[in-house]
Ligand binder design. Structure first.
Ligand code: GLU
Length: 656
């Protein structure tokens, strides 16, 4: 009975125990769930609105109530436009879109087609022919004025006379052929197929007597040498192409992006013509307000009677505004206001956005401050410390055009007299134009001709700088001008030449004996004797891969003779030599310390004789000969510390 009671109590207790444990388990689980909950129930983050988008919305709000201007009425169909339509769109050269309002409302491109057609004419008929027919002087007259310059040419391609002549210079004999060509190219600008608003086109053709008069005047002055009517009809169609505000901004972004659509990557116009197109837009694009526009907004632009305005900031972005009411000069009233505001707020004025190129030199130092990763004996290090200031290292940064290039070249010339070698690194130069590349090559070749060693490093992504055939008029690159993707090798090369010029012979290939190796410093002769049979001898031929990155580490090697390079593979596929090891040095010790795979590849630069200390032997030493083990570890740590200090000094130097 008692037993039964005890048994019950016992069972009860164990039940309680289970229950209590269960209770805690449940609580822990609940707490776990509670901790989990916030993860699954984090409220969705409010999307962060770009300040640019916010500003466009502000502008839209601010100007939607503007009641200035009238919708164009001289083409009856244009009167159908709603004066409240209002869209703003900014597209960057790389295709980022900011838009607000009626950016998808179709409207006819009208005069904004003129610079695009001019680009096609330049492409189809060539500069010379186009310039012989159409000049590029702002007219100061109305867009539809019946006037020519004294030599019988239309004053520019942005007034109707010039634009009709331009369409005449587009490939094709019939209206259809020309229109097809125009539609194809315009579609490349916007990134999709475009259509013509036939109703607007008919309306314009039926009322376009003045343009007909202009076309016949052009025929009279032999700007057209045959019937101008097919070209005039093509011009009417070209003006009636339907686009929307976002399309317009993409047209501009394509121009800002050197003629290539930022999303489809299709080229709409040859790079060579963009300068001419933007020039006529800048000087004549805004009807009679071109001067005032350039003064206050400062971007090449074109507006049309459909209510569109397109402004382009080359290399950066395009602004498009659509709002049909036009001011007394024929430009969209809201469009002008918005472009002014945007230009002021974001400093978009072409003549305002040119930053002086003072920061083109990212870093400069000499070989007295930094040294290559090649390990050198003390006397070589001393010589390099003393004379290394004659090897100049210059790191160039940013986009390099004429201005920044001139700045670097000026520096090179200034230190040329006292220089032995120059290493110019271009890894932080994303782009260099042809002019800058050429003046670089000319000056580097001239410096090399004077007897300096010149190394251009990490320039493979700058084709025009790496193209040796552009070098000199004679096309004979100096042997002292070298291209090298590995900046460290370039520095080692220059150090070696300097040491040679100082009469130094490389002594780093001499063989050493075991007692002179770093790893065995402070070991007594008895300890060395004890350790010696535990090591095996290894030899490698020049070029052999001794360790491969990623391999499991099973030994460290101590070089008795020869030289190896420790090489990292960079994400771009190039290799970078982090270190060289010469006789007396140890490599492969890191993998043994943390038992992780090899972090670099080691290649024999010469034939190698080495001692191998295997992972098993190293670990066994801990128990069997702890003092030797401690001394080895101490030596490894000391030499790792020396390498780390060198790296630290380089980090500091690179921030000077
Ligand atoms: N189709 C128009 C014309 O030649 C274009 C006008 C314009 O947008 O300036 O009259």
């Amino acid at each position: 009975m008692e037993l039964a009671v005890f048994e019950r109590v016992d069972r009860l207790q164990s039940f309680r125990h289970v229950a209590v444990r269960g209770f805690w388990n449940v609580r822990i689980f609940a707490l776990f769930l509670l901790r989990m909950r916030p993860l699954s129930s984090i409220p969705a983050k409010m999307p962060i609105s770009s300040p640019i988008q916010t500003f466009l919305e502000q502008l839209h709000n601010q100007y939607k109530g503007l009641r200035e201007g009238k919708v164009a009425s001289y083409i009856p169909d244009l009167m159908k436009a709603d004066p409240d339509w209002f869209g703003i769109c900014v597209v960057t050269f790389d295709g980022q879109v900011y838009e607000v309002g009626d950016t998808r409302q179709p409207f006819t491109i009208q005069s904004i087609s003129k610079p695009l057609a001019y680009g096609i004419a330049l492409e189809d008929s060539g500069n010379e022919k186009v310039l012989s027919k159409i000049w590029m002087e702002p007219s100061g007259e109305a867009f539809n004025s019946i006037s020519l310059d004294p030599s019988g040419r239309p004053l520019n391609p942005m007034i109707n006379a010039g634009a009709i002549a331009t369409t005449g210079l587009i490939r094709g004999h019939t209206t259809e052929q020309k229109v097809q060509r125009i539609l194809e190219v315009f579609s490349d600008y916007v990134g999709h197929e475009l259509e013509i608003d036939e109703s607007v086109c008919r309306s314009e053709s039926e009322t376009g007597h003045r343009n007909r008069a202009i076309a016949y005047m052009l025929r009279n002055f032999d700007v057209f040498t045959d019937d101008p009517m097919p070209s005039l009809e093509a011009y009417f169609k070209q003006c009636s192409i339907l686009i929307h505000c976002r399309d317009l901004a993409f047209i501009g972004a394509t121009l800002a992006n050197d003629g290539v659509h930022p999303i489809t990557a299709r080229r709409a116009v040859g790079s060579a013509h963009i300068e001419s197109m933007l020039s006529v837009m800048a000087s004549c694009g805004m009807y009679d307000a071109a001067g005032e526009w350039l003064y206050s907004v400062g971007m090449p632009a074109k507006s049309g009677v459909g209510g569109g305005i397109l402004a382009v900031l080359p290399g950066q972005l395009a602004v498009a505004v659509f709002s049909p009411p036009l001011d007394e000069r024929g430009n969209s009233a809201r469009g002008i206001a918005v472009c002014r505001e945007l230009s002021t707020r974001y400093n978009l004025h072409l003549f305002n956005s040119v930053m002086p190129s003072r920061s083109v030199i990212r870093h400069r130092c000499t070989a007295a401050q930094v040294s290559s990763n090649r390990s050198r004996p003390a006397e070589e290090i001393a010589l390099l410390n003393k004379y290394g200031q004659s090897i100049h290292l210059i790191e160039v940064q940013g986009q390099v055009t004429f201005g920044p290039a001139e700045r670097v070249i000026r520096e090179l010339i200034a230190c040329a007299d006292s220089a032995f070698a120059m290493i110019l690194d271009f890894s932080r130069v994303p782009q260099m134009d042809a002019v800058a590349s050429q003046i670089f090559l000319e000056s580097l070749a001239a410096l090399a001709e004077k007897g300096l060693w010149i190394h251009v490093t990490r320039s493979h992504h700058l084709p025009e700088l790496s193209c040796k055939s552009q070098l000199m008029p004679s096309n004979t690159p100096s042997v002292r001008l070298c291209w090298e993707e590995d900046a460290d090798r370039a520095l080692e090369f220059c150090e070696n030449r300097l040491l040679e010029s100082l009469g130094n012979r490389h002594c780093s290939s001499l063989a050493v004996s075991m007692e002179n190796c770093e790893l065995f410093e402070n070991l007594s002769p008895d300890e060395l004797k004890l350790l010696s049979p535990m090591l095996s001898t290894r030899s490698f031929a020049a070029g052999d891969v001794i360790f491969e990155e990623g391999q499991a580490a099973s030994e460290m090697l101590i070089i008795l003779q020869g030289k190896v390079s420790v090489i990292l593979t960079l994400p771009n596929g190039f290799t970078y030599r982090v270190n060289t090891c010469t006789p007396g040095m140890t490599f492969g010790e890191m993998g043994l310390l943390d038992r992780s795979p090899r972090s670099a590849t080691v290649r024999a630069d010469t034939s190698i004789l080495a001692l191998s200390l295997s992972a098993e032997v190293f670990e066994a030493l801990l128990n069997e000969h702890p003092l030797i083990y401690a001394k080895l570890l101490g030596n490894i740590s000391r030499h790792l510390a020396i390498r780390l200090r060198k790296r630290n000094a380089e980090v500091i130097n690179s921030h000077l």
